[in-house]
Design a protein around this ligand. Structure first.
Ligand SMILES: *Cc1c(COP(=O)(O)O)cnc(C)c1O
Length: 398
């Protein structure tokens, strides 16, 4: 390999962030469960405690396994720094609470993840933070609201569960004009398909529970960005305590080694399934940015390297057809998670947006008969054959 060659994401998923943490010649990062770290030299202890020297003091602040995981995510997002959390929601809430004060204003979209939307509608107003929720694909409205001035522009793209696409370059440009910080939840895209920091965003968030871990066996969250900003978020977390557990960090780290492989396959599978569903008579709408017919396709093509593993669709027979159809799928968990190696399906009203009222869901354009589909790494032909046989059980007609 030539010295100047940029290391690809596939290689980074396997190698990045680990070397410094290997010990005893082990080729895998050890899971360190110790809560405390002992020191013989009190001056050295003090220097580590003050952050003047590298090292660990207490598990709430830092841990070697957790740090190795953060280093790998940092490499994949090409960030200066990354800090991890116990869950994706902890990453989101801690980031918001680090920077927002009473009287501040935040501009965002209606289609954020259900829990995030709850923070905007329920918790931030209690702190007298003014939240402006815009129609997700109405870029003119977003620009108008940003122009009025705001501390944060908070975005998610593609969105959950209707896979709407926000033009990041356009919105980031507008935010910079008024000095607003841009935060992007990059969970659905993954760093394999999209890097908002490279497009000018200030902070990128992931629910590591989803694609980064990829095996639905560990919760976690991350925030990536400049050292200056991430250090502030880290300080909030070390005091408030939403720390990632070492065992979870180990599972996430191991899962991430196959991130590139998994996401490439999930990109392919989702496109094949979406293309199949689009021509099916039982299906009324398919939402997938990889489809040429999709409203957000052209923007997605500009800012994404792949269109991701998530799609959603509605049945012509509505909720009753969904109830007949979903239980007949063999190769799909009917569950609330997403981004795992297994295909997972569920209606948003029982999964991502269960915290919202039917009225709130309606306002977000989430019909009660919508099905969210997280393509796994199975063979696409098997997934399509499975959908085909399940469709045959639908008796409800439109
Ligand atoms: C799941 C999810 C979250 C929340 O993450 P948790 O790990 O469940 O707390 C946030 N944003 C998006 C887009 C998600 O899919």
């Amino acid at each position: 390999m030539s010295k100047n060659q940029e290391v690809t994401k596939a290689t980074k998923t396997v190698w990045s962030g680990e070397k410094e943490f290997l010990s005893h010649g082990a080729t895998q990062v050890p899971t360190v469960f110790s809560v405390g770290y002992g020191y013989e030299d009190l001056d050295h202890w003090l220097d580590v405690a003050l952050g003047k020297e590298k090292g660990h003091i207490y598990g709430r602040m830092s841990n070697p396994t957790v740090q190795s995981f953060e280093e790998k995510v940092k490499a994949l997002e090409d960030a200066e720094k990354c800090v991890s959390f116990s869950t994706g929601m902890a990453a989101i809430s801690n980031t918001l609470y680090t920077f927002l004060q009473p009287g501040d204003r935040i501009v965002t979209i209606k289609d954020t993840y259900g829990g995030t939307n709850k923070i905007f509608l329920e918790f931030l107003p209690k702190l007298h933070v003014d939240v402006e929720l815009c129609d997700t694909t109405d870029h003119e409205a977003l620009e108008r609201e940003v122009e009025k001035g705001c501390k944060f522009l908070y975005l998610e793209t593609p969105t959950n569960p209707t896979l709407k696409v926000v033009d990041l370059v356009r919105m980031i440009k507008k935010a910079k004009e008024v000095g607003a910080l841009v935060v992007v939840d990059n969970t659905f895209a993954t760093p394999i398909n999209q890097n908002p920091l490279q497009l000018g965003a200030d902070l990128v968030i992931h629910s590591a529970t989803k694609y980064l871990g990829g095996h639905a066996d560990a919760l976690g969250g991350v925030v990536c960005g400049s050292e200056e900003l991430v250090n502030q978020v880290f300080h909030y977390r070390e005091i408030n305590g939403a720390t990632l557990q070492p065992m979870s960090a180990y599972l996430l780290l191991r899962g991430m080694k196959t991130l590139d492989l998994r996401v490439q396959k999930q990109n392919e599978n989702a496109l094949k399934v979406a293309t199949y569903l689009e021509q099916h008579p039982e299906v009324s709408n398919v939402y997938y940015p990889g489809l040429v017919s999709n409203e957000g396709h052209d923007i997605a093509k500009k800012q994404m390297r792949g269109f991701g593993g998530m799609l959603s669709f509605t049945l012509t027979g509505g909720v009753d057809a969904v109830k007949e159809f979903l239980p007949k799928l063999t190769y799909a968990h009917r569950a609330a998670n997403l981004g795992a190696v297994e295909t997972t399906v569920g209606p948003p009203r029982t999964t991502s947006h269960v915290e919202n009222t039917p009225e709130e869901r309606k306002a977000m354009g989430i019909s009660e008969g919508l099905i969210r589909y997280s393509a796994g790494i199975e063979d696409a032909d098997d997934l399509i054959a499975d959908l085909e046989q399940a469709f045959s059980y639908i008796t409800v007609k439109a």
